[in-house]
Ligand binder design. Structure first.
Ligand SMILES: [Zn+2]
Length: 326
């Protein structure tokens, strides 16, 4: 049966849209996490057009990782990819685009990733630390949309941090803003960074699970922080103590950050932020007691919003850094 004129027009409009998508400038964003590596083709508005997810284990080796990114560019050759952005889980030399080290992925020490990828892909490549990338996505397209001054925290096993200052990621020669390694107890426990007493050792998920085990005098700790959240919602005493202590440490630390950076918004991401509805009000109480009051006038505390902040942020980093060059 012949297609109606209307259907034909629709079909043509659809083909035109596809042709336009392929011609328009897009960016390849890579979100390099400990469990998954997610890659996506993102348009200049921060919308994901295509997405692929890998298990991080399968791309642990440098050769496999670089080879796969090369294949990705080939797979998406119909698109007009202008640049590639990578959010990496570690300490990055953002000027040179090389990796100092990735705390949880051995074998990448002092690796010039940008130089090698640029040579292989023949388009510009930009690299930054994952927390900085998440923060960029959230202030461009997510919970902090349009904010010029923001602090972003990833609450999980560790405490990732990023500062947005004057609308941009605050950086030194390195990815900087390692907020999780600000000392809050001079007699504190050893920390993964090599120091001791860092805020991360009080807010990390393992600490929360262990603290709950101590308070409940249990043999083994619960497996997930969500259990402590659920029990606190049911008003269980020990679970509430865990979250109040967590908020006391995090709140005192954040008061310092608020006094230094005067953010308009603090955005909480990562697995532990699932309990934001519970600890958010506790945090406010501590902030009001500790921070200098003029700094709190336009402050908001919110939970992160984007599902694929890593892909979007990496792609937007590539776009913005490329535009800065022009
Ligand atoms: Zn530390």
């Amino acid at each position: 049966m012949k297609k109606s004129i209307l259907e034909r027009h629709r079909g043509e409009a659809h083909m035109e849209k596809i042709a336009h998508e392929h011609k328009a400038s897009v960016y390849l964003g890579i979100d390099w996490g400990g469990t998954y590596i997610k890659a996506g083709i993102v348009n200049s508005n921060g919308k994901i057009l295509k997405k692929i997810v890998y298990s991080s284990g399968s791309l642990r080796e440098r050769k496999a990782f670089i080879g796969e990114i090369k294949r990705l560019k080939e797979t998406f050759r119909k698109y007009n990819i202008k640049a590639v952005g990578v959010g990496a889980p570690g300490i990055i030399d953002v000027e040179r685009g090389s990796i100092y080290y990735l705390p949880n992925i051995p074998g990448w020490e002092n690796f010039p990733l940008k130089t090698i990828l640029t040579k292989e892909l023949k388009i510009p490549v930009f690299i930054d630390n994952d927390a900085n990338i998440f923060a960029l996505a959230e202030v461009r397209r997510g919970a902090g949309c349009g904010k010029r001054r923001a602090i972003f925290l990833t609450l999980g096993t560790g405490l990732g941090g990023a500062v947005i200052s004057d609308g941009k990621i605050l950086e030194g020669r390195t990815s900087a803003s390692e907020l999780g390694h600000v000392v809050i107890d001079i007699n504190g426990k050893h920390c993964g960074c090599g120091g001791s007493g860092c805020i991360e050792t009080f807010t990390g998920s393992n600490h929360l699970l262990e603290r709950y085990r101590q308070l409940k005098k249990m043999k083994t700790a619960p497996k997930e922080v969500k259990e402590i959240f659920d029990r606190a919602k049911a008003k269980q005493k020990e679970a509430l103590i865990v979250w109040k202590e967590f908020s006391a440490y995090l709140g005192k630390f954040l008061a310092g950050m608020v006094n230094i950076f005067n953010p308009q918004i603090i955005i909480f991401g990562g697995g532990v932020s699932g309990a934001f509805s519970l600890f958010g009000p506790f945090l406010w109480r501590v902030l009001k007691e500790q921070a200098m009051w003029p700094q709190l006038a336009d402050l908001k505390l919110v939970k992160a919003k984007l599902e694929d902040a890593g892909i979007i942020g990496a792609a937007l980093l590539a776009k913005e850094k490329l535009e800065e060059r022009k």
